[in-house]
Design a protein around this ligand. Structure first.
Ligand SMILES: NC(=O)C1=CN([C@@H]2O[C@H](COP(=O)(O)OP(=O)(O)OC[C@H]3O[C@@H](n4cnc5c(N)ncnc54)[C@H](OP(=O)(O)O)[C@@H]3O)[C@@H](O)[C@H]2O)C=CC1
Ligand SMILES: O=C1O[C@H](COP(=O)(O)O)[C@@H](O)[C@H](O)[C@H]1O
Length: 591
């Protein structure tokens, strides 16, 4: 039997267990389970009641003349044993047979991100049966293309998961038939009106819900939002816009962008995407902490000595030098991806898993932080390097980058959260391109064991004996805890070993791409993993003074060879706070 949109490892049994009996009073729709979706937590699926006909339902602020409420009241889960799997499937079919449709317009469809990430993610959702029954995908860009040409372009980047190969090409054909293209200018209301006509033809008499994904350079965001909202927004359903980073270059430009967007949209319609929030292990961070008794009591300055957030890529800015040179690594990675992870890591327990409760806690962390000081930052830029007969270009060898550019391609920084939980704990960030490895990790180094009975076994370097929790976000997802252990035998010798949760060994399911989770969330109106405007303001406040100082003083970055471990200055910065970067220890390579 085909299962629809499964995210729960417990599978159909869990869904059946959690599904309540059908109510004669209300139509039902099923929502995916997951963090933030179900407060009942009894199983995978919860039921949502849709007001019976004639009953006035609550509406999204952005829904004009809504026919179907988008945020229906929740009904608590019913008795787990009262529904058969067949009944469940019937209900599911009923929910999918509803009278609404979703039109997804990928603006900038001819571009790199659309091809590489957005269309493949939409296909993966289709394959998993996660898209609504009635949906249409439109590509929009200036390039001239027919529907067939778009399909041909998209088909080149579609793949099926390794564990889901059944009917793959058939599913691809079905999916491609639902993809269309409309060529137009980004600032032409007329062209968006033409798009609107085409969307209407596909939507027919159904309630139309519309999602626009802005996969375009930021200088044209506002033109598109203006035209789309004036000429192509839904008249009877919701209209939502996914905005890609960069959200400005500093506090002022970010605030101006937000003001501009809010001329045409309300905050709830704006989905600012940070794809790191969609990564499986970032999503798991709160689960690890809040659902395991062993971690939360340790989660403070009392036991944690420092936290490290590390991003490295083993390739340079190849092909994106033009964009990168006006942003640099601090804006590209630190101010968004690493800072978002930090906020999730350090937040207080939210009062619920609802989006606003989580985002409220994250913004409190960001507002408690000290703006970054120049003396707490090290910047670097990669230079050319020849290894094994191959020569790797330096950053400024890129034709789109000025020869005298001082844009950092590497940065390390020490940040502090001035609140009771984290006072004095350094949060060290490190991000770089063209380094020796591709990796993203969160490392938590714990304090020394007071009066450790075994300290004689560690020599003079007590740091080597501290516990370290490593959350390897990518690649080869894993969570491991370094502990001290007795080496088996008659003597008393200790070594450091890992308690290791290696995802590939533990779970057979392939991990979905971050864009899949985030697109599905946007379609479902789940805002938890998207950045709210006050979070964005707080994030820019931390980095803007530093960025201005770096640029005004044209501070020269420390040069490091392509493929190396980055500037040595990063070690001095860590040493200043009595920290050793965890990713450079010998254990790292054994893990
Ligand atoms: N690529 C990536 O890996 C990532 C990208 N992003 C962000 O996503 C967005 C899209 O990225 P990406 O696909 O790489 O961007 P592209 O540079 O490929 O641009 C996307 C499309 O926008 C149109 N376009 C490009 N430049 C201009 C211009 N100056 N004026 C008007 N239209 C233009 C082009 O379409 P046409 O000419 O057909 O109209 C192009 O195909 C950007 O905001 C980027 O910062 C974020 C994270 C990663
Ligand atoms: O946002 C960005 O992220 C990518 C890295 O994303 P990942 O999912 O492949 O780790 C980075 O290469 C790019 O410079 C940046 O804009």
């Amino acid at each position: 039997m085909a299962l629809s949109c499964m995210r729960c490892p417990a599978g159909a049994a869990a869904r059946r267990a959690a599904a309540p009996p059908p109510s004669p009073m209300a139509a039902v729709s099923f929502a995916r389970c997951g963090f933030g979706r179900s407060t009942a937590a009894a199983g995978c699926w919860r039921i949502q009641a849709v007001a019976p006909q004639g009953v006035k339902a609550p509406m999204d602020p952005n829904v004009k003349n809504a026919v179907t409420p988008t945020t229906p009241p929740k009904v608590e889960n019913g008795s787990p044993s009262e529904i058969t799997l067949d009944e469940f499937e019937d209900l599911n079919a009923l929910s999918k047979n509803d009278d609404s449709t979703v039109s997804i317009t990928v603006v900038g469809a001819s571009g790199d991100l659309a091809k590489k990430k957005i269309f493949p993610a939409l296909f993966a959702l289709y394959y998993e049966d996660c898209l609504p029954k009635h949906f249409t995908i439109f590509g929009y860009a200036r390039s001239k293309m027919t529907d067939a040409e778009l399909r041909n372009m998209v088909s080149k980047t579609l793949t099926c998961r390794i564990d889901k190969r059944e009917n793959c090409s058939e599913k691809m054909d079905e999916f491609l038939k639902r993809c269309f293209y409309h060529s137009g200018q980004y600032d032409s209301e007329e062209h968006f009106k033409d798009l609107d006509k085409k969307l209407k033809q596909h939507e027919g008499s159904r309630v139309s819900n519309r999602l626009f994904y802005l996969s375009i350079p930021p200088n044209i965001f506002l033109d598109v939002v203006k035209c789309a909202s004036k000429s192509a927004s839904s008249v009877n359903g919701w209209t939502r816009v996914i905005v890609e980073k960069p959200f400005g270059r500093d506090s002022e430009s970010s605030a101006a962008l937000t003001r501009g967007l809010k001329q045409y949209l309300v905050e709830d319609q704006i989905f600012r995407i940070d794809h790191y929030l969609g990564k499986e292990l970032v999503e798991n961070l709160s689960v690890l902490r809040f659902s395991n008794l062993v971690f939360e009591p340790l989660w403070s300055r009392q036991y944690i000595r420092n936290v490290q957030l590390i991003f490295s890529e083993d390739f340079g800015t190849e092909g994106r030098g033009g964009y990168f040179d006006s942003y640099g690594i601090i804006r590209d990675i630190m101010q968004n991806h690493l800072l978002q992870i930090l906020a999730l890591f350090a937040m207080e327990t939210p009062i619920s898993l609802e989006a606003e409760d989580i985002r409220n806690e994250k913004v409190k962390v960001l507002r408690s932080m000290k703006p970054l000081q120049l003396e707490d930052v090290v910047i670097g830029q990669y230079k050319s390097h020849t290894k094994g007969g191959t020569s790797y270009p330096g950053y400024t060898d890129d034709k789109t980058v000025p020869k005298d550019s001082v844009t950092p391609t590497f940065a390390a920084a020490a940040l502090f959260i001035n609140n009771a939980r984290w006072d004095g704990v350094p949060f060290l960030m490190k991000a770089g391109k063209a380094l020796h490895t591709k990796r993203a990790e969160i490392r938590v180094q714990f304090r020394h064991v007071p009066g450790n009975l075994y300290k004689g076994s560690f020599g003079t370097d007590l740091d080597r004996a501290t516990n370290e929790l490593v959350i390897r976000v990518q690649p080869d997802e894993a969570i491991y805890l370094k502990i001290n252990n007795k080496i088996p035998g008659l003597g008393m010798r200790l070594d450091r070993s890992n308690l290791n949760l290696h995802y590939a060994a533990r779970y057979s399911k392939e991990i979905p791409d971050a864009y899949e989770r985030l697109l599905l969330d946007a379609i479902e109106g789940e805002r938890r993993l998207f950045i709210r405007s006050d979070e964005l303001d707080a994030a820019w406040s931390l980095f803007t003074p530093l960025l201005k100082e770096l640029e005004e003083k044209r501070i020269a970055p420390e040069l490091y060879p392509y493929g190396s471990r980055g500037p040595v200055g990063a070690h001095y910065l860590a040493a200043k706070y009595n920290v050793r970067w965890g990713d450079l220890s010998a254990e790292h390579y054994k893990a």
